[in-house]
Write a protein that binds this ligand. Structure first.
Ligand code: FES
Ligand code: FES
Length: 172
Protein backbone atom coordinates (compact mmCIF):
# COMPACT_ATOMS: atom_id res chain seq x y z
CA UNK A 1 0.00 0.00 0.00
CA UNK A 2 1.23 3.53 -0.68
CA UNK A 3 2.66 5.31 2.29
CA UNK A 4 2.02 9.03 2.45
CA UNK A 5 4.48 11.31 4.17
CA UNK A 6 4.20 14.96 5.08
CA UNK A 7 7.34 17.04 4.80
CA UNK A 8 8.45 20.62 4.27
CA UNK A 9 10.81 21.84 1.59
CA UNK A 10 11.82 25.32 0.48
CA UNK A 11 11.25 25.90 -3.19
CA UNK A 12 12.42 29.14 -4.76
CA UNK A 13 12.52 30.78 -1.35
CA UNK A 14 9.05 29.66 -0.24
CA UNK A 15 8.42 26.93 2.31
CA UNK A 16 5.98 24.28 1.10
CA UNK A 17 4.49 21.47 3.13
CA UNK A 18 3.67 18.54 0.89
CA UNK A 19 1.97 15.24 1.42
CA UNK A 20 3.33 12.75 -1.05
CA UNK A 21 3.70 9.05 -1.57
CA UNK A 22 7.20 8.10 -0.42
CA UNK A 23 7.90 6.86 -3.96
CA UNK A 24 7.29 10.31 -5.49
CA UNK A 25 10.35 11.74 -7.17
CA UNK A 26 11.38 15.33 -6.53
CA UNK A 27 10.59 15.97 -10.20
CA UNK A 28 7.00 14.77 -9.85
CA UNK A 29 6.59 16.67 -6.58
CA UNK A 30 7.67 19.89 -8.30
CA UNK A 31 5.58 19.39 -11.41
CA UNK A 32 2.47 17.68 -10.09
CA UNK A 33 2.19 18.91 -6.51
CA UNK A 34 3.63 22.43 -6.83
CA UNK A 35 2.72 22.91 -10.51
CA UNK A 36 6.18 24.16 -11.29
CA UNK A 37 6.27 22.77 -14.79
CA UNK A 38 9.39 24.63 -15.90
CA UNK A 39 11.40 21.60 -14.81
CA UNK A 40 11.03 19.07 -17.60
CA UNK A 41 10.70 15.31 -17.69
CA UNK A 42 12.67 13.93 -20.59
CA UNK A 43 13.78 10.38 -19.83
CA UNK A 44 12.81 10.03 -16.14
CA UNK A 45 15.95 7.85 -15.83
CA UNK A 46 18.86 10.20 -15.20
CA UNK A 47 20.00 10.26 -18.79
CA UNK A 48 18.96 13.61 -20.26
CA UNK A 49 19.32 16.35 -17.63
CA UNK A 50 16.01 18.02 -18.55
CA UNK A 51 14.95 17.70 -14.91
CA UNK A 52 18.03 19.42 -13.44
CA UNK A 53 17.37 21.62 -10.40
CA UNK A 54 19.66 23.11 -7.78
CA UNK A 55 19.35 21.64 -4.28
CA UNK A 56 21.34 23.27 -1.48
CA UNK A 57 23.72 24.71 -4.05
CA UNK A 58 24.29 21.50 -6.02
CA UNK A 59 22.68 20.50 -9.30
CA UNK A 60 20.86 17.21 -9.34
CA UNK A 61 18.62 15.22 -11.64
CA UNK A 62 15.31 15.60 -9.86
CA UNK A 63 13.95 12.44 -11.54
CA UNK A 64 16.52 10.34 -9.70
CA UNK A 65 15.77 11.41 -6.16
CA UNK A 66 12.79 10.98 -3.88
CA UNK A 67 11.02 14.12 -2.76
CA UNK A 68 10.89 13.07 0.89
CA UNK A 69 14.68 12.91 1.03
CA UNK A 70 14.73 16.68 0.76
CA UNK A 71 12.99 17.63 3.97
CA UNK A 72 14.27 21.11 4.89
CA UNK A 73 16.30 21.48 1.69
CA UNK A 74 16.46 24.61 -0.47
CA UNK A 75 15.43 23.83 -4.02
CA UNK A 76 15.84 26.26 -6.90
CA UNK A 77 14.05 25.62 -10.18
CA UNK A 78 14.08 27.65 -13.37
CA UNK A 79 11.09 29.61 -12.02
CA UNK A 80 13.24 30.73 -9.09
CA UNK A 81 16.19 31.96 -11.14
CA UNK A 82 14.47 34.79 -12.94
CA UNK A 83 11.16 36.09 -14.21
CA UNK A 84 10.16 37.20 -17.72
CA UNK A 85 10.63 40.83 -16.59
CA UNK A 86 13.87 40.21 -14.81
CA UNK A 87 15.83 37.40 -16.38
CA UNK A 88 18.74 35.76 -14.61
CA UNK A 89 21.98 36.66 -16.44
CA UNK A 90 22.22 33.05 -17.64
CA UNK A 91 18.69 33.20 -19.05
CA UNK A 92 19.49 36.48 -20.80
CA UNK A 93 22.67 34.98 -22.27
CA UNK A 94 20.77 31.93 -23.61
CA UNK A 95 18.34 34.32 -25.32
CA UNK A 96 21.15 36.45 -26.72
CA UNK A 97 23.15 33.48 -28.05
CA UNK A 98 20.18 31.40 -29.27
CA UNK A 99 21.03 28.69 -26.76
CA UNK A 100 17.90 26.70 -27.61
CA UNK A 101 15.60 25.66 -30.42
CA UNK A 102 12.57 23.75 -29.12
CA UNK A 103 13.42 24.81 -25.56
CA UNK A 104 12.60 21.50 -23.91
CA UNK A 105 16.07 20.98 -22.49
CA UNK A 106 16.58 24.66 -21.69
CA UNK A 107 15.44 24.92 -18.05
CA UNK A 108 17.72 22.03 -17.17
CA UNK A 109 20.57 23.47 -19.22
CA UNK A 110 20.25 26.83 -17.47
CA UNK A 111 20.02 25.39 -13.94
CA UNK A 112 23.01 23.20 -14.73
CA UNK A 113 24.98 26.10 -16.20
CA UNK A 114 24.38 28.28 -13.15
CA UNK A 115 25.60 25.48 -10.89
CA UNK A 116 28.59 24.75 -13.16
CA UNK A 117 29.92 28.29 -12.83
CA UNK A 118 29.57 27.93 -9.09
CA UNK A 119 31.49 24.64 -9.12
CA UNK A 120 34.26 26.26 -11.12
CA UNK A 121 34.34 29.25 -8.79
CA UNK A 122 34.74 26.87 -5.88
CA UNK A 123 37.58 25.08 -7.71
CA UNK A 124 35.75 21.75 -7.81
CA UNK A 125 37.45 19.67 -10.54
CA UNK A 126 35.59 17.74 -13.25
CA UNK A 127 36.73 14.41 -14.71
CA UNK A 128 38.66 16.34 -17.34
CA UNK A 129 40.46 18.71 -15.02
CA UNK A 130 41.07 16.00 -12.43
CA UNK A 131 42.77 13.79 -15.06
CA UNK A 132 44.85 16.55 -16.58
CA UNK A 133 45.38 18.37 -13.34
CA UNK A 134 44.42 21.30 -15.52
CA UNK A 135 44.03 24.90 -14.46
CA UNK A 136 42.29 27.16 -15.17
CA UNK A 137 39.04 25.26 -15.00
CA UNK A 138 37.26 27.65 -17.27
CA UNK A 139 37.66 26.68 -20.90
CA UNK A 140 35.46 25.16 -23.57
CA UNK A 141 36.56 21.54 -22.98
CA UNK A 142 35.87 21.96 -19.31
CA UNK A 143 32.44 23.54 -19.87
CA UNK A 144 31.46 20.86 -22.40
CA UNK A 145 32.48 18.12 -19.98
CA UNK A 146 30.58 19.68 -17.10
CA UNK A 147 27.49 20.21 -19.27
CA UNK A 148 27.66 16.69 -20.75
CA UNK A 149 24.80 15.44 -18.57
CA UNK A 150 22.43 17.85 -20.28
CA UNK A 151 21.38 16.46 -23.62
CA UNK A 152 19.94 18.70 -26.35
CA UNK A 153 18.15 16.87 -29.14
CA UNK A 154 18.19 20.08 -31.17
CA UNK A 155 21.97 20.24 -30.97
CA UNK A 156 22.21 23.79 -29.62
CA UNK A 157 25.46 22.89 -27.86
CA UNK A 158 27.77 25.52 -29.38
CA UNK A 159 25.36 28.32 -28.61
CA UNK A 160 24.83 27.00 -25.10
CA UNK A 161 28.59 27.05 -24.51
CA UNK A 162 28.78 30.58 -25.94
CA UNK A 163 26.08 31.70 -23.52
CA UNK A 164 27.80 30.14 -20.51
CA UNK A 165 31.15 31.54 -21.60
CA UNK A 166 29.70 35.02 -21.77
CA UNK A 167 28.24 34.78 -18.28
CA UNK A 168 31.51 33.42 -16.96
CA UNK A 169 32.96 36.79 -17.89
CA UNK A 170 35.16 35.68 -20.75
CA UNK A 171 34.78 36.87 -24.33
CA UNK A 172 32.96 34.23 -26.39
FE1 FES B 1 15.76 13.35 -15.32
FE2 FES B 1 16.03 12.84 -17.92
S1 FES B 1 14.23 13.41 -16.83
S2 FES B 1 17.57 12.97 -16.38
FE1 FES C 1 15.46 21.34 -28.17
FE2 FES C 1 17.57 21.41 -26.55
S1 FES C 1 16.59 23.08 -27.51
S2 FES C 1 16.25 19.76 -26.94
Amino acid sequence: PPSIVKFTVQVNGQPHTLEVDTRTTLLDALREHLHLTGTKKGCDHGQCGACTVIVDGRRINSCLTLAVMHEGAKVTTIEGLGTPDKLHPMQAAFVKHDGYQCGYCTPGQICSAVAVLDEIKQGIPSHVSADLNAKPLLNETELRERMSGNICRCGAYSNIIDAITEVSGRAA
